[in-house]
Design a protein around this ligand. Structure first.
Ligand SMILES: O=C[C@H](O)COP(=O)(O)O
Length: 351
């Protein structure tokens, strides 16, 4: 199969794994394109958490090693999978020196993610492949909303005293409300990691319930800061509490911890998503973020999702990469795919 054919066939090429069945819509789908029944959450079930006593780290690591070693993506299909990676990307800028101008340039990159010669070479002009969202700090939400108007690209805001989550609860809730008022479609909140260390599950649950209420129709992604959580059991418990409290997505990292998204941690979260689905029927999204900057690592994550959860988790409704520099490497790899050589990073300007 030629790579152009593989690109045209991308949805079916990725469809070979049986997906978890989608639940019949229990809550109305969001008009702005999030077409999945939203997780309403459930009561905090401490007994369920208690039952999750043991997480077998070495089994998770073995599974990750086998998935990445015998990766099932053939060379001809790689360009198609890289385009898929772009379409599930939250193109992110979260820097202390962000400006309105920089955010406008990033939005322009989201609208036209590839150089015209790459678009023409791959034959993808009709496919309109773009990141799912642009992710910014609150002061830039209005700018991004304006720059992306009419494109269908969502605006995500990091909230709740990102990246540490350590301001008063009232302040964190007000921050969510302000981003929603400015037009954010998605809100990425961070949890205070101390609540996990103290096993203060009720407090964590209540905070996330309040975050969800403040989000209204905007979708809620809950960042666990997994690099700070010390154990995979903590990661799984925090994931479960976030889902019980009504998270639409669980997300690994802020990008500011010393350890960012890793595949074993991702697998632990994905297994929590599966367990939550088995019990409630709801499909929860997953967003690995932080340190995902190479096309190769993006492919590893996509394979993990395809093999563990199935086809629906290759769509932006249920999967996102949070990444500030991944698009640059993907563009370089696509150019290499077309021309056989690499160009310098500066030829693929981000913003
Ligand atoms: O949520 C997204 C992350 O902050 C992006 O992290 P990164 O800059 O390491 O790609």
């Amino acid at each position: 199969m030629s790579s152009k054919q593989a690109i045209a066939d991308m949805p079916s090429e990725a469809a070979s794994v049986t997906a978890l069945p989608a639940r019949a819509a229990a809550t109305p789908a969001k008009a702005s394109g999030h077409g999945i029944a939203r997780n309403p959450g459930m009561e905090l079930d401490l007994g369920w958490l208690e039952a999750m006593r043991h997480v077998n780290r070495s089994a998770l690591e073995r599974r990750v090693a086998s998935l990445t070693k015998r990766r099932s993506i053939k060379a001809d299909n790689q360009a198609a999978w890289l385009l898929r990676a772009v379409s599930v990307m939250d193109l992110t800028t979260l820097n202390s020196n962000d400006t309105d101008e920089r955010v406008r340039r990033l939005c322009a990159k989201a609208i036209r993610p590839f150089r015209q010669d790459i678009v023409d070479g791959l034959g993808i002009s009709a496919a309109n492949i773009r990141p799912a969202a642009v992710c910014v700090y609150h002061p830039f939400v209005a700018t991004a909303v304006d720059a992306l108007k009419g494109t269908g690209i969502h605006v995500a805001a990091v909230s709740t005293a990102f990246p540490h989550g350590l301001s008063p609860l009232k302040t964190r809730i007000a921050e969510i409300e302000a981003s929603v008022a400015d037009g954010a479609d998605e809100i990425d909140v961070v949890i205070p990691r101390g609540l996990v260390f103290g096993a203060k599950w009720q407090e964590l649950y209540d905070e996330i319930v309040a975050f969800r209420a403040a989000c209204g129709e905007s979708h809620l992604k809950v960042i666990l800061g997994t690099g700070d959580l010390a154990t995979l059991r903590n990661v799984m418990l925090a994931s479960m509490v976030a889902m019980m409290a009504g998270a639409d997505f669980v997300k690994t990292s802020t990008g500011k911890e010393s350890v960012n998204a890793t595949l074993p941690v991702g697998l632990a979260m994905v297994r929590s998503i599966r367990a939550y689905h088995d019990r409630t029927g709801y499909l929860i999204g997953f967003k690995p973020a932080g340190g995902i900057s190479t096309a190769k690592s993006a492919l590893d994550w996509l394979v993990l999702m395809k093999e563990e959860l199935g086809r629906p988790w290759l769509e932006p409704e249920l999967f996102r990469f949070g990444a500030s520099s991944l698009l640059t490497d993907i563009e370089r790899q696509l150019e290499h795919h077309l021309t056989g050589h690499y160009s310098a990073n500066h030829r693929h300007a981000m913003a």
